[in-house]
Write a protein that binds this ligand. Structure first.
Ligand code: G6P
Length: 610
């Protein structure tokens, strides 16, 4: 998704902007550009495609400037090309800006501006902003006031950075629904949509909130509302290091993140299990724990992989907490006027904490008076800040677009929340202790599964040319079937579907032949025998089969073409183990197909627009 970086200070901004944009590449983009002021003249350089192409272009131009802004664009309005790339400039090239988000009333605004004689160069919604600001400057206002006046006419979402060559001492930034953070340096300041873009230079940051406009000079910062009311802002210290963001010697971020899971799980669990009581302690939920325990219904809302984690959460909450639980796609929840009662608790699960649909669903639920709780990975993200309370997953930055370690940490946190609630209800100490003990053993068990990497690579070689895949699981492992299929389609572009295994006979069985590999998630649990029958049905129709099975299951080898054996655990925690071979299978198939694993086509890490 689009990225923003900006600099004002005493150094040449060009390499700072380029390096910042490279840090933002992981979010997914299709074009890139920068705007700077050189000798009171604005210079905008942009292109379709990679930041490295922009870098080559800039090298030839040999530019120098102490102020500039850069952008990576992920097309929403208008195709990915140079004209639609940001920054967008006004007609006399004095103002330029970059924009994340969507201006919903841009057509009305555009019509009005065209009537005033403005000419548009791009097909974007963003370009209206620069002409709107220009219109106020022409009426005699300074840049800050012009931005305030322009934004009071705008409907939609924005993270914005604006520069004006006639006021070259400042960058104006504004936020509504799209994240922005200001980095505070020594005689230099930064702006970014994501801290990773500026972390090489400063760890002191100020998070902008919706409706705030910031004036950033090299030695000062101040924030106001659109009505020019001053706002006091707090400086935060970032604890994340750049090393954490690097690939750490692995060929891809995705592989690094899969391999990191023993550690990320330890981080998700650290300090949160009370062994003696067979319970958990979650600081972020302390104030709401009674309300949560007494809630009559839980709703879990999320998108993508986080939604799959929610489905597993539903099984956990209903089995152990005995609270009716529903799982909703955030995009559906936000628009269907959901019924929300005063005793409902609503969880919003999001790795990035910035997914537009999840954030909008959260605002809708909040407006209706629900208890809104977050399960987020990105600290200080919008969802984390908008919720009444919540739990961080502590998986560390996830860069690969296909989510892996964030998913297993979400499941871990859901299990901890289950313990927290269930122990205050009907779960006995002994049973709670068993869950707690099993949680503690997971990192070691994952280490064991990761040693199967080579075996899984061999299976990937065998199936890399398949054009369809079916994933089947039951109970807790039905959501894992969905997640395994999602991983494969995201990065290998192979059509894959996940189904509850028993539903196979109601449709998918018609697809089975020797060209349809079927992945069964078949650990030894209460549904094992039934899954075995499903495997037999597939075999009888010539389908090729792969099973994720328990390490002590010797019988299954006679039945399936390939089996991947994993350690046993209690039923509610099996998804945390069964998903790992599926992540590796998708990864190796995509690598063998020569695809861009970390930045798959058309996908974005953080979907901050609808
Ligand atoms: C995008 C990503 C997915 C992710 C989903 C939800 O589609 O590509 O990997 O699962 O957004 O993201 P969130 O940050 O809210 O978990």
């Amino acid at each position: 998704m689009c990225g923003i970086v900006g600099y004002i200070g005493e150094r040449n901004c060009v390499p700072i902007l380029i390096n910042g944009l490279k840090r933002l590449e992981y979010r997914g983009y299709d074009s890139a550009g920068i705007g700077i002021i050189d000798n009171n003249k604005s210079i905008v350089v942009k292109n379709k495609g990679k930041v490295s192409l922009l870098e080559d272009k800039l090298e030839e131009l040999n530019l120098y400037s102490n102020i500039g802004i850069g952008h990576t664009r992920w097309a929403t309005h208008g195709i990915p090309n140079e004209l639609n790339a940001h920054p967008h400039a006004n007609e006399d090239n004095t103002i330029f800006l970059i924009h994340n988000g969507i201006i919903e009333n841009y057509q009305v605004l555009k019509k009005g501006l065209i009537n005033f004689g403005y000419k548009f160069k791009s097909e974007t919604d963003s370009e209206v902003l620069v002409h709107l600001i220009d219109n106020f400057i022409k009426k005699g206002y300074d840049l800050t006031t012009s931005v305030q006046l322009a934004l009071s006419e705008v409907e939609g979402t924005y993270g914005l950075a604006i520069v004006y060559s006639k006021e070259p001492d400042k960058i104006i930034a504004a936020r509504k629904g799209s994240p922005l953070v200001v980095g505070i340096g020594d005689n230099e300041n930064f702006i970014a949509s994501d801290v990773s873009a500026i972390l090489a230079h400063t760890k002191q940051v100020i998070y902008l909130e919706d409706g705030e406009i910031a004036v950033i000079k090299k030695d000062s910062f101040n924030a106001t509302t659109v009505h020019n009311d001053e706002i006091e802002k707090e400086i935060h210290e970032i604890t994340m290091t750049l090393d954490e963001i690097d690939r750490g010697g692995y060929a891809h971020f995705m592989l690094k993140e899969i391999m990191e899971q023993p550690e990320t799980l330890r981080n998700s669990l650290r300090g949160r299990i009370i062994d003696d009581e067979g319970s958990s302690v979650l600081g972020g939920l302390t104030d709401v724990v009674n309300k949560l325990v007494n809630s009559k219904r839980i709703i879990i809302t999320a998108c993508g992989t986080s939604w799959h984690a929610g489905l597993v959460g539903e099984y956990m909450f209903e089995q152990f907490c005995r609270i009716p639980t529903e799982v909703e796609y955030a995009s559906e929840f936000r628009y269907r006027n959901p019924i929300i009662e005063k005793d409902d608790a609503i969880f919003f699960i999001s790795q990035s904490g910035e997914t537009a649909d999840t954030l909008a669903a959260l605002k809708e639920a909040k407006m209706k008076g629900a208890l809104v709780l977050g399960i987020c990975n990105a600290v200080g993200s919008s969802i984390a800040r908008e919720t009444n309370a919540g739990v961080y997953t502590h998986a560390g930055p996830e860069i690969g677009v296909a989510s892996t370690k964030a998913f297993t940490s979400q499941l871990t946190v859901l299990a901890l929340i289950t313990l927290l609630i269930a122990r205050r209800k009907s779960l006995s100490r002994i049973d709670g202790k068993q869950i707690a003990d099993e949680l503690r053993l997971l990192p070691e068990k994952i280490e064991k599964i990761l040693t199967l990497n080579d075996q899984i690579e061999v299976i990937a070689e065998e199936f890399k040319n398949s054009t369809n895949f079916l994933y089947l699981g039951r109970g807790y492992n039905f959501p894992v079937a969905l997640e395994g299929a999602l991983k494969l389609k995201e990065i290998s572009y192979i059509h894959a579907e996940g189904y509850p295994a028993a539903e196979m006979k109601h449709g998918p069985i018609a697809l089975i032949d020797e060209n349809m590999p079927v992945v069964f998630i078949a650990p030894k649990d209460s549904t094992y025998e039934k899954i075995i029958s499903n495997i037999q049905e597939v075999k009888a129709r010539g389908g090729r089969t792969i099973a994720i099975a328990s390490e002590d299951d010797n019988d299954i080898d006679q039945l399936v073409d390939y089996s991947i054996k994993i350690p046993n655990t209690i039923r509610m925690l099996t998804p945390i183990l069964t998903v790992i071979p599926l992540q590796l299978l998708a990864y190796h198939i995509a690598v063998k197909k020569g695809l861009n694993v970390d930045q798959p086509r058309n996908l974005a890490k953080s979907v901050t627009v609808e």
